[in-house]
Ligand binder design. Structure first.
Ligand code: FBP
Length: 271
């Protein structure tokens, strides 16, 4: 086996320690702006310390954020460096495109365990996003870094991006484009998500968190459903950093993903 194949395997196992993972996504400052963060979390180190101390499996950060906060996460959790992004300040017709936001070499230099890049399948800019994805993947392959694809079906022809057939299409495209890990939308039920996991054909699928739910128990039920459907975990941001008890939310999610707890038991971490 080539050196880089070993490297990929070693790094993946640092993220999926028991085959599953809870990843804290914290790239929203660029995609949504600082308005996403409650005042107590405007200093990124504060929220990152809370989730790292709660033993989250990995954090997903843009390169500059990984640099800025390294004292908080280094040697305590796995690191996924996301190298694509966009702002919502762009003209609306260009928001279906992410741009280069760093390089695989930056991820390597920062000590990352994986790189992440978004593809908006179905976007009018799909071609540009695929060029970006394949250049990220090519470099990551050379360094033995696993590639997480945020496989998000979005575009003018997509009426409902949570529709199971649409999500399955994105997941199929993700595996055919060489993703090592796939982050995608919850399709609303365990049964439909089972279909999504089947389409991934063994490539680990992680549920994307989505906007913060009014009732956290509802989010925990979604987590339970996807794990029972065969997902390997979740990549969650807003449902954690917009909750008044982020550490408790991480522990609750971890207890479902890693220990198989029921949502009604898990919610006790935040009550
Ligand atoms: P959430 O759990 O907050 O949804 O985070 C996941 C994520 O994909 C982030 O990585 C990303 O910044 C954001 O959601 C994108 O949000 P939107 O759905 O508004 O594009």
């Amino acid at each position: 086996m080539a050196y880089n194949a070993i490297g990929k395997r070693v790094r993946l196992s640092r993220i999926l320690r028991d085959g599953k993972a809870v990843v804290f996504a914290f790239d929203h400052g660029v995609e949504h702006g600082p308005k996403d963060f409650p005042p107590e979390h405007i200093d990124p180190r504060v929220i990152l310390k809370k989730v790292v101390d709660a033993s989250v499996d990995a954090v997903m950060l843009l390169p500059g954020m990984a640099y800025l906060t390294h004292e908080v996460w280094a040697n305590k959790t796995a690191l996924i460096v996301k190298v694509t992004s966009k702002t919502n300040l762009r003209p609306e017709d260009q928001r279906m495109l992410q741009s280069v936001f760093g390089y695989v070499e930056d991820a390597v230099a920062l000590g990352a365990d994986a790189v992440a890049a978004t593809v908006y399948w179905g976007s009018q800019y799909e071609d540009a996003m695929l060029n970006m994805w394949f250049s990220v993947r090519e470099a990551a392959e050379r360094y033995g870094l696993p590639c997480l694809q945020l496989a998000y079906p979005r575009g003018p022809a997509i009426k409902n991006m949570y529709d199971v057939e649409i999500v399955k299409y994105g997941v199929r495209a993700a595996i055919e484009s060489g993703a090592d890990l796939i982050k995608t939308y919850y399709t609303g039920s365990k049964e439909t998500f089972e279909e999504v996991v089947k389409v991934a054909a063994g490539i680990p699928v992680l549920m994307s968190g989505g906007p913060a739910r009014e009732k956290p128990i509802e989010f925990l039920k979604d987590v339970k459903n996807v794990v029972e459907a065969g997902a390997r975990g979740v990549v969650v941001g807003r449902n954690v950093f917009q909750h008044k008890n982020p550490a408790g939310m991480i522990k609750a999610i971890m207890s479902i993903v890693h220990e198989g707890k029921e949502p009604e038991e898990a919610i006790k971490y935040v009550e």
